[in-house]
Design a protein around this ligand. Structure first.
Ligand code: ATP
Ligand code: MG
Length: 451
């Protein structure tokens, strides 16, 4: 064993609390910093990775900020890819064999941004020093640098934090604060409002008062930001377990209304979003949000859910540039709730089996569990449906047995493909699901009888 204290700065790779992926990414970033420094440059870890290490979290990736120009970076790392040459951002990719994904490290030249006239991108980029680079960043907790080569242990994995903006104090106090003048920084780039909410929700931080006031004052201007960027931020918030905190902040700051173009909710009581398990598909979380926002009560009456299922997916698709898959899943989940709450009780065996075997079933059941939690009466729908599904699973070949007959069988019987065709097959499959047809012949008889 090594004597304790002698190599206090050389924290062992396993004692630094980073997960394996972060350790690999950090080692690669240190390698890059080593090369930059060997050639006389200043280079630090920057932004999110420093924040995460100080919080005791494992950074997803390590970004480097340096005084080396993009051309210089290219000389030192000939295979570096320019991703935003105008902004001085380069990517260095380290392959790690076939099994593991490559590590991509971002190297950005210190810069200051000039005025944002289109509300999206800085007009021009001027390369600058480390301090100016810190000052152009959005929030103090995101504006820290770390010199990992310094003989210090400001973070467990080693290194000295460089803090031009009192970011460490805000990190310790749990505060999201704009760098510099909040009003000006929020007016410059309205997406920062959503970023503030995302970081506050994710870390359980408070948004500092002036920053929050500036966000509120500029909330409506979010409409000038592209739907893609708004959608990306919202997606990330709703994919995260702290989604209900994010939603509450979005409402309180007027950002939900601005992003979606829809009025704030009036319903009170426990939010459905709050009752979801930590990991759910983003589209399912968005379905919960739609019910929280759109309903006149909690849970939203099923008649209202039906209307929301028809109207929300198309609107949100546009507002957040949702993909086809996301939009379909949002719609199917909402419609699924309606099916289960409105149609399940009166449905026969075949119809119930078809519902239980649908793509949307598990997603809708997730929302049903939350809606049960919102109901004052003790009558819970989800457990009742689950019990029945368990029984159906064991009856007549289960929920979705392979069909006894197909279209080809009908053609062989002389039937011509047409409008009746599908109906005949469905009748045969219903009979199979209900145990009225257990052989190919019986299924054919049902199908032809429906002719
Ligand atoms: P995450 O873990 O979510 O990726 P991050 O802090 O790394 O968090 P990024 O979006 O990857 O966030 O951006 C990297 C850094 O770039 C931020 O930490 C911040 O310093 C700066 N930054 C990003 N977006 C903006 C913006 N809109 N305005 C100012 N600075 C920004
Ligand atoms: Mg990042």
């Amino acid at each position: 064993m090594m004597a304790i204290g002698v190599h206090s700065h050389a924290v062992s790779a396993h004692a630094n609390n980073l997960d394996a992926a972060s350790r690999d990414a950090r080692r690669e970033a240190m390698r890059i910093i080593g090369i930059l420094r060997e050639h006389g440059h200043e280079a630090y870890f920057a932004g999110g990775c420093v924040r995460d290490e100080l919080l005791g979290l494992s950074p997803k990736d390590y970004d480097i900020a340096t005084d080396a120009s993009p051309d210089r970076v290219h000389e030192l790392f000939p295979r570096a890819q320019a991703v935003g040459k105008a902004f001085g951002v380069m990517h260095v990719r380290a392959r790690r064999g076939r099994e593991k994904p490559p590590i991509v490290t971002e190297i950005a030249t210190f810069r200051k941004d000039s005025v944002y006239s289109d509300k999206r991108r800085p007009d021009t980029v001027t390369f600058a020093d480390a301090k100016e680079d810190a000052l152009r960043r959005d929030f103090t907790i995101n504006a820290l640098f770390l010199d990992p080569t310094a003989d210090a242990t400001d973070v467990p994995a080693g290194g000295r934090v460089i803090d031009y903006v009192r970011g460490v104090a805000d990190l310790r106090a749990g505060i999201v604060r704009a760098v510099g003048n909040a009003e000006a920084r929020l007016a410059e780039d309205h997406l920062r409002a959503l970023r503030a909410v995302r970081f506050a929700a994710r870390f359980g931080f408070a948004i500092e008062a002036e920053t929050a006031a500036a966000i509120r004052a500029h909330a409506r201007e979010l409409q000038g930001v592209s739907e893609e960027r708004v959608g990306d931020e919202l997606r990330r918030m709703f994919a995260h377990p702290k989604r209900s905190v994010a939603a509450a902040l979005l409402e309180a700051l007027g950002l939900a209304e601005a992003a979606l173009g829809e009025q704030a909710p009036v319903a009170s009581g426990a939010a459905l979003l709050d009752l979801l398990p930590p990991t759910v598909a983003t589209a399912v979380a968005m379905a919960a949000w739609a019910l929280d926002r759109g309903g006149s009560a909690r849970p939203a009456p099923v008649g209202e859910v039906a209307i929301l299922a028809d109207t929300i997916p198309g609107r949100w698709r546009r507002a957040m540039k949702l993909s086809n898959d996301e939009t379909d899943r949002l719609r199917a989940t909402l419609a699924g709730v309606v099916h289960l709450e409105r149609d399940w009780e009166g449905a026969g065996i075949a119809a119930r089996k078809r519902m239980a075997a649908s793509d949307w079933f598990d997603d809708a059941m997730m929302l049903l569990a939350g809606r049960d939690g919102q109901r004052e009466s003790a009558q819970a729908l989800r457990p009742a449906i689950e019990l029945v599904v368990e029984a159906l699973r064991g009856s007549f070949g289960g929920l979705n047995p392979i069909p006894l007959i197909t279209g080809e069988d009908l053609i062989r019987e002389g039937l011509r493909p047409g409008p009746d065709f599908k109906r005949c097959l469905e009748a045969a499959y219903d009979a199979q699901l209900e145990g009225r047809a257990t052989t190919r012949e019986e299924a054919l008889r049902v199908a032809m009888g429906g002719q």
